[in-house]
Design a protein around this ligand. Structure first.
Ligand SMILES: [Cu+2]
Length: 128
């Protein structure tokens, strides 16, 4: 009899613990930004951020990398290859997201065709 009561108490304690853990997980919204910038090396995915008026892209990506392009600016931009590659997102409105893939190796220069004076740069594509 006693052991049954104990088992019950134990079960209740475990449920309480589990509930606590769950609440902690839900409340702690931390870690969401952990992936910023850190995952470009050696991966096959990276992010390019378009802002007013700058393009934030990794300095180097392996061949085959899929670049997620996000327009975080307040006006429309493009992410367009000039040399070394052939991608073009076309006009991206604020908040828009697009994806381009880079292949081969060498230097790829890019530009925002709407603001070519301010928004341009290049990155290296390395053989994956
Ligand atoms: Cu632009």
């Amino acid at each position: 009899m006693l052991s049954t009561a104990r088992a019950l108490l134990l079960a209740l304690a475990l449920v309480a613990l589990a509930a606590c853990g769950g609440a902690d997980d839900g409340g702690g919204a931390g870690g969401g930004d952990g992936a910023d910038g850190g995952e470009t090396a050696g991966g096959d995915a990276a992010t390019v951020t378009l802002v007013d008026f700058d393009i934030e892209a990794p300095a180097s990506v392996p061949s085959g990398t899929s670049l997620t392009v996000v327009n975080e600016g307040g006006v429309a931009h493009t992410f367009t290859a000039q040399e070394g590659a052939d991608f073009d997102t076309g006009t991206m409105e604020p908040g828009a997201e697009s994806e381009v893939t880079v292949e081969g190796s060498g230097t790829v220069s890019y530009v925002c065709t709407l603001h070519p004076e301010q928004m341009q740069g290049s990155f290296e594509v390395t053989e994956g």
